[in-house]
Design a protein around this ligand. Structure first.
Ligand SMILES: [Zn+2]
Length: 271
């Protein structure tokens, strides 16, 4: 379902986990970001791209290698694929594919394309690395913390910032990698807001925002949550730890598991 459309940007939002997929059209190219989830949803994105493509090259950007973001990789077989070095060298590719297979089996989902871990053509290794195609300029920053292989992308002159699984309006930080790295990535986010003319922020889950105040609020929300959790865990104070779990939206076994993982990663890094 199209959730947001402005200038060259179309953001689709899946019925599952509010996961977003973006399509960006410039004079030079079409960029597709994390096409996902269900077959009909992926088909809607394919049809949109086919409609606006007009012979342009298609680039496929992955914000990270989590299975919900890579599930539609082979729906765009002739695209040039962009991803981080961490994703390129992902140590658990088969595990991510197994998650897709078990999801599809559990719900009897059939896809008209193969499931494979993305092969990255354009590997992003450094902060500030750029890719320029005609008048379209991509600037990349590595964003570890949620996962080790996260990637921030700023597309100029449109002023679009693709944040992956950071800076959602409703999803609090999930640490599958490192709390320390997550906090550093939030510092990078502040730097991006100061040094790029960001007009639109597109998170991997949830709502797009065009408000600078809201972008800053999201950085602060994540930082505040993590700092309170780190404080409670290092003091071994169970009551606030439990309260912090309750702050997560859509409480479920999933959020419970994510919270437990957050606590265990913080213990490993800070205790
Ligand atoms: Zn995600």
């Amino acid at each position: 379902m199209i959730a947001f459309q402005k200038d060259g940007l179309t953001v689709f939002q899946s019925a599952l986990w509010k996961t977003t997929s973006s399509v960006i059209e410039t004079n030079d190219l079409i960029l597709v970001v994390d096409p996902t989830w269900l077959p009909l949803e992926v088909k809607e994105i394919q049809e949109h791209v086919a409609h606006i493509r007009k012979g342009k090259d298609v680039y496929l950007l992955f914000t990270h290698g989590d299975f919900d973001h890579i599930i539609g990789y082979h729906a765009f077989p002739d695209a040039k694929v962009i991803g981080s070095k961490g994703m390129h060298e992902h140590p658990r590719k088969q595990y991510k594919l197994d998650l897709i297979q078990s999801f599809d089996n559990e719900y009897y989902v059939e896809r008209p394309y193969d499931i494979e871990f993305p092969t990255i053509d354009i590997v992003i290794e450094n902060d500030g690395q750029q890719l320029v195609v005609g008048d379209t300029k991509f600037t990349f920053y590595l964003s570890p913390g949620h996962t080790h292989d996260g990637l921030f992308t700023i597309i100029e002159p449109l002023g679009i910032w693709i944040t992956g699984d950071y800076l959602s309006d409703f999803e609090l930080p999930y640490l599958f990698d490192s709390a320390k790295a997550y906090l550093e990535t939030l510092q990078k986010a502040r730097m991006i807001l100061d040094s790029h003319s960001v007009e639109i922020l597109v998170p991997g889950h949830g709502q797009v925002t065009e408000s600078k105040a809201e972008m800053t609020r999201r950085v602060e929300l994540a930082q505040d949550y993590l700092e309170r959790l780190i404080d409670a865990v290092t003091r071994k104070d169970e009551e606030p730890i439990l309260r912090l779990e309750k702050e997560m939206s859509f409480p479920s076994n999933f959020t419970k598991g994510c919270h437990e993982e957050n606590v265990s990663i913080i213990k490993k890094e800070y205790c």
